[in-house]
Design a protein around this ligand. Sequence first.
Ligand code: SF4
Length: 519
Amino acid sequence: MPSRVHLINPSNLSFGVAVITPRWLYVLAAATGTKWGDPNILDETLEALDMTQVARGDVVGIGIHTGNALRGYEVGRLARERGAWVVFGGIHATLFPDEVHEHGSAHAVVKGDGDVVWSKVVADCFAGTPQRIYEGGRIDGDQFLPARWDLLPKNKYMWASVQTVRGCPKHCSFCSVWRTDGQEPRQREVDRVVREVVDLRRLGFRFIALADDNFYPVSFEDLAMARRRADKTRLHELEALRAERFALMAQLEQLPDDIVFFTQITMEAAEDTEFLDAMRRAHIRGALVGVEAVTPEGLKDVYKGFNLAGDELAARLQKFRKHGVHVLGSFIFGLPSDKKDTFAATVALAEKADITFAQFVLLTPFPGTLDFEKWAKDTKNSNTKVDGVPITQHWLIPEPRRPKLYTEHPNMALEEIRVGTQGAWDDFYSLPKVWSRASKSVKSTKGRLAFVLISKLYRQMYANTGIATDSARVQRSAKTARLLGLAAKQLFRGSPMPGLQMPVPVPISPPSAKQQQAS
Ligand code: SF4
């Protein structure tokens, strides 16, 4: 039966291979069911779209975040011209459903989580009665659906992705996660996570991203605060969340040694060496840590006072490495407190802190964040236009014309910040520095060469295509990334293990009671 439901991940750039599988595509594929045939999955980060696959009366689901919204709207209009039912979802659609209707020719918009509501949306479209807006809400962890990994194209993605928790209790000013996914961590049942991981390893995936908002959802400070309350309900909830993390890691530990997990975590996790050791044993070899800034002023700029600065920061990050967890540090440039020497100081700190990979991003007011609200309220910004589009809707400005920075800086010209950021990437990823990190991280020559390849690929994909203003450079980088990606993907393959057994649940006594008392 030809596919009647199409799920599209829009992108202006196609690399032929992708690093991490866009999980939402395969989760919504599961949510679609099989009544209409298997959904047709189209990921434009891999290949440019072929609209002839879409026929009159089909349903087209398009997931957008702010970065790919404009391309998503183009895809929506093309799909509607072909007579399809057009439905949008994702963070950006949740924030701006009216804009999506206006620019993307949508019949319907799904706000919030799509896992549960999607099958109704599809049925309504085929019945010719889609609603303008569907409220997907924030579903509980036990309602998160496993993805349809059987639909994955062979050898296109280096990392699969599995989600264990949505929501983050923090409130960083540049981040929308805590406002869209909520501040209450919604944790998925251990057995469901492990089953999905085992399915992926059976298929031959060795590298799996635990695509969580924050893998360390309960800090010592959270526990200490809950302990001070007379009503102990909250304390027991947090202890249960924490115990579940350890139960998950105890099962992941039983998986084959060639498996590698990567996750996203707050720096606070370094306070808990028992947690870090459990991560290492569970094959969680790396984590994205939002360092953001290396000075107290910079951290204040982003409401991230729970991070440390200077030498203390370096020592805390080193702790991850000492306990066997590599760090991908994320830094933001363009903060009001940044100075001309901030770029070099940041790279120096990243090196001192033994960070294995780093990303340097430009401060961008993304909708859904506190930073955005403050910035968009200023009439100076809403009155500034590019090609007639206010910069407070910067995602609607065609990409080649879109500014790279949006806020006047007290100490530097905007171009100076852009060039400084590019310089930080160039410096951190220079060949001698990459080789030196490779030598510290991996023993075999083959492993070191792989490390260099991955470092270069990462830089091409995220630095040159995101910061360069010159479209020829962007296209060249996309081409280079394509070639590097083709070579790198060989390194990520594993032999399928169809007979792999499920790990056995391990009884966990509430861990680190001693540490909690000490805290
Ligand atoms: S940046 Fe990280 S720690 Fe801060 S709110 Fe977002 S997910 Fe949470």
